[in-house]
Design a protein around this ligand. Structure first.
Ligand code: BT5
Length: 268
């Protein structure tokens, strides 16, 4: 691990210059936590308001999907969770991962000036390496959403050697790719603004207006991909993202919409 004399997050500094209406208007900053998503669930259950932001310098048990770990070293990244209390039904919630992925890519482009890609459904890549990940968790009864915890992890100021050896070939950070220092607070403020704009549109109109900007950054479109559906493995050509956020693939002359899953192999 390289030395890292970072400036800790300060809620007052974040609020200054924050241009959002709702996201991040209430902020909790922690030093070290297990997982910001776990903290967010506790706060949401005790009534935290819509848009509450939970940030940590370090996570000791940062979570990915399906029980996987998320490496979250101190002061290098942006490890955040947002509590959302939307009006839309629970069936619309899966689209939020795409909204978050698009917002991350737009922020990397806008704030760091480098191009970014989304890997359906929930990764953000730069130069084919993972720069950010998204973990959306839902509390709902029938179709009524109580709250959503939207977790996002951004590798911002890591050098390659700050990642554990097993991640060095597949992970990267915004600073490595931009080849310059990036202001963490400025990046966070920009991310919240992009996210709020896209989230407001998504809440009113669904995914339809966001499909084009998402698809134009999606590294899978036009590729041969392999995915698992239950015990079955399917290989096909990724054609498009449909209005529900599903990845439509063509396999043996038939179109199949994938609603979730892991894309294991990609060939151009
Ligand atoms: C994700 O899972 O990509 C979701 C990551 C969400 C992290 C945020 S941080 C704030 C909030 N609080 C949490 O506890 N979580 C959220 P998945 O698609 O399952 O990817 C996990 C895989 O990515 C791991 O198995 C590793 O291979 C790889 N990985 C782990 N840490 C990484 C990192 N920092 N950068 C790039 N890749 C990483």
């Amino acid at each position: 691990m390289t030395e890292n004399p970072y400036t800790p997050f300060d809620p007052v500094a974040i609020e200054q210059g924050l241009q959002t209406r709702m996201l991040g208007r209430t902020i909790f900053c922690f030093g070290s936590v297990g997982s910001t998503n776990d903290r967010a669930h506790v706060l949401a259950e005790s009534g935290a308001v819509d848009g509450t932001l939970i940030l940590a310098e370090e996570q000791t048990r940062g979570r990915g999907r399906r029980g996987r770990d998320w490496h979250s070293s101190p002061g290098r990244g942006i490890w955040l969770s947002l509590i959302l209390r939307p009006e839309f039904p629970a069936t619309q919630a899966p689209g939020l991962s795409l909204v978050a992925g698009l917002s991350l890519a737009e922020t990397i482009e806008d704030f760091a000036g480098i191009s970014a890609e989304v890997k359906w459904p929930n990764d953000c890549l730069v130069n084919n390496k993972k720069t950010a990940g998204i973990l959306t968790e839902l509390s709902a009864e029938k179709q009524k959403i109580n709250y959503i915890v939207l977790g996002m992890g951004v590798n911002l100021a890591h050098r390659n050697t700050d990642f554990p050896p097993e991640l060095r070939d597949i992970a990267t950070s915004v600073e490595v790719e931009a080849n310059r220092a990036i202001d963490r607070v400025g990046f966070l403020q920009n991310l919240l603004l992009h996210l709020e704009k896209n989230y407001d549109r998504f809440s009113l109109e669904g995914l339809t207006p966001l499909i084009e900007p998402y698809s134009s950054r999606c590294n899978l479109i036009g590729c041969q991909i392999t995915t698992q559906i239950g015990a079955k493995s399917i290989t096909g050509k990724a054609l498009r993202i449909d209005d529900s956020g599903a990845l439509v693939i063509e396999s043996n002359g038939r179109e199949t919409p994938l609603t979730a899953g892991e894309i294991t192999q990609i060939r151009k």
